[in-house]
Write a protein of this length. Structure first.
Length: 451
């Protein structure tokens, strides 16, 4: 068994940060060295200041997660740093949580990895849909704990078993009822969003989704790709476009979806940024955000953004996990984007391309920060989107025909437009559905009157 303890000076920031927001992060691993980088980033994203770190390599202790000696070290570290919370980067059971808390100074909260993630989600949930998904995730997290508590309460007749309070069977029933009600409301929201997606496609837009892990640079890339448009002037065509997409260097700045029009050469593209993936998410948490992931699953093209500055093995693991998530339900093509190439040393990109060719056979290398490679990415997006059809229409010169020509400009790409004395010829490319509608509109036009 191995372990390590690191603590900050308790006086360094005690005056500026309330005790309840000062945290010690801890992690247990079965083998190897525990990496506390991500849990520290998550803690910072939730508004905690990490004032100490503790890790241990050993098999899980059923009562305390860590060994009892390590829990004593944790208690001393909490006292030394005057921390008000212990954040554990493991899935800690309810009785392990209770036991650890019993060894810590009074008032210190014990938070496991998934409780922390749910806290972050709750802070970022600014829409009804996001709030419902967070509430659903919290209830799904609580349900098995309520069920376990019910089972143990029935086996042990003492009220308040293990200090967890007397069990009320109605709690479990109430949780299940709330889950059902939230799922019904989310399904209603999803139906409206699907109708909106189809309306956009009918208007000639291709839908492209950004996917990838948190801090891969999705939001920064979105800002780089987005067209500079005035939302108010375009509100009739896509009312929920947002003029900003946060690109701060922190986890989970994007919880809901943000959609903006992308700047392309020919095609009208709406680009949607969604909540980032994160390592080791349990199935119940992914399912809770299924409605948000519909923006990825139902897109015409997915851009899978990967942080190219990370080690090869970390990139490989995230690519494999992302593919498992995306290809489970997604039928659209996926283009891998190696982002943050400005951080790579000469020759490093070529080495990573070679090492990851099996999981990312033809990635596009970009720097969303500097703009390098973004032009090539735009070309790739247009090349990977579903094929357009070419059409040539000869129309009589009339007010209705001019309206149709304007409609074709709005919904496709006009290669050539020419006029004779009594007719206008339009050569254009568009989605098959748009071409079919243009033909139908043209057929309904009356021939020009001869003069």
């Amino acid at each position: 068994m191995t372990g390590s303890v690191e603590g900050a000076n308790a006086d360094s920031s005690a005056e500026s940060v309330p005790r309840e927001r000062r945290a010690v992060v801890a992690k247990r691993v079965d083998s190897g060295d525990a990496d506390l980088t991500e849990i520290s980033q998550l803690a910072a994203a939730a508004g905690y200041e990490v004032v100490g770190e503790l890790s241990q390599t050993r098999t899980e202790d059923a009562a305390f997660m860590f060994g009892e000696g390590k829990v004593a070290e944790l208690r001393d570290l909490v006292r030394r740093t005057d921390a008000g919370a212990v954040i554990i980067d493991n899935d800690v059971g309810p009785y392990q949580t209770f036991n650890i808390g019993g060894e810590l100074p009074e008032g210190v909260e014990v938070i496991d990895r998934f409780t922390l993630i749910l806290e972050i989600f709750g802070q970022r949930a600014n829409t009804r849909k996001a709030q419902l998904q967070v509430e659903l995730a919290e209830l799904r997290y609580e349900l098995p704990r309520a069920e376990a508590k019910a089972s143990l309460a029935k086996r042990d007749e003492r009220p308040g078993f293990m200090g967890l309070g007397e069990y009320d069977e109605s709690v479990e029933r109430d949780i299940k009822r709330q889950i059902s009600e939230i799922r019904d409301e989310l399904e209603s929201i999803a139906e409206k969003e699907e109708a909106r997606r189809e309306q956009r496609r009918d208007s000639g837009f291709d839908l492209v989704a950004l996917a990838g892990y948190t801090n891969a640079g999705k939001s920064t890339l979105m800002r780089r790709l987005a067209a500079e448009i005035d939302v108010d002037e375009n509100a009739d065509r896509h009312p929920d476009l947002d003029t900003t997409a946060e690109s701060q260097d922190m986890l989970f700045t994007t919880l809901g979806t943000t959609t903006r029009r992308a700047e392309m050469k020919k095609r009208d593209v709406l680009l949607t940024d969604t909540v980032g993936f994160i390592a080791d998410l349990p199935h119940w948490l992914v399912e809770s955000f299924e409605s948000t992931l519909d923006s990825v699953y139902r897109a015409d093209l997915v851009l899978l953004v990967v942080d190219a500055s990370e080690p090869v093995e970390s990139m490989r693991e995230k690519l494999v996990t992302s593919h498992d998530t995306l290809y489970e339900r997604n039928e659209a093509p996926v283009v891998t984007v190696f982002n943050k190439v400005d951080r790579l040393a000469p020759g490093e990109l070529a080495d990573k391309r070679g090492a990851l060719s099996g999981v990312a056979p033809d990635p596009v290398a970009v720097s969303a920060k500097t703009g390098a490679g973004v032009a090539e990415l735009r070309d790739r997006v247009e090349a990977e989107l579903p094929d357009w059809e070419r059409e040539r229409l000869v129309l009589p010169v009339s007010d209705e025909a001019m309206s149709l020509v304007s409609w074709i400009h709005d919904h496709g790409h006009v290669d050539e437009e020419s006029y004779a004395s009594d007719q206008v010829t339009v050569d254009f490319e568009a989605k098959p559905s748009i071409v079919a509608r243009a033909r139908s509109k043209a057929a309904a036009l009356a021939p020009a009157e001869s003069t």
